[in-house]
Design a protein around this ligand. Structure first.
Ligand code: CA2
Length: 148
């Protein structure tokens, strides 16, 4: 059976491509979703792609991942830098997590340098733009095929 990947996106990522293209590029979140779904097909993964501006909704989706998904890709956006709740939910989920950021958070403002999610992630990809999501799927496909 295809491994199931939950791809989560945090606040304001629904605005991609509409504002600040010099920082975040011109792809919309719908473009990134299409790329993930096409890469998922290539890799034999089933991909469920979601976005929320609400911390609690992201926490609920992470809680519901147990038993329904095999791994999580998450761009927690600004919640990366603030959310102990998302950190705790990912720890409890007990499945491989890859954290993705479009930008290199370490080359930006100091408040973006720390992520609460990184400590519970199997890996972190940042600064490579939308292709980071694709790389996260490749890494998880490889990891889950070894675990199976
Ligand atoms: O680089 C990333 O992917 C971030 O997770 C993006 C977040 C930011 O808070 C993180 O520090 C790094 C911001 C997402 C907001 O996206 C926007 C899209 C269009 C216009 C403005 C913001």
């Amino acid at each position: 059976m295809a491994k199931r990947i939950l791809v989560l996106n945090g606040p304001n990522l629904n605005m991609l491509g509409l504002r600040e293209p010099e920082t975040y590029g011109s792809d919309t979140l719908a473009d990134i979703e299409a790329m993930c779904s096409s890469e998922g097909k290539n890799l034999g993964l089933s991909v469920d792609f979601r976005q929320s501006n609400l911390e609690g909704e992201l926490v609920t989706w992470i809680q519901q991942a147990r038993g329904n998904f095999d791994a999580i890709v998450i761009n927690p956006a600004a919640y990366s830098h603030t959310s102990v709740a998302i950190h705790d939910a990912l720890r409890i989920a007990d499945m491989p997590v890859v954290e993705v950021h479009l930008t290199n958070i370490h080359a930006r403002e100091r408040f973006r340098h720390h992520s609460y999610v990184s400590a519970v992630a199997a890996g972190v990809i940042c600064g490579l733009g939308p292709v980071g999501y694709k790389l996260a799927l490749v890494a998880l496909a490889e990891r889950l095929s070894k675990a199976a």
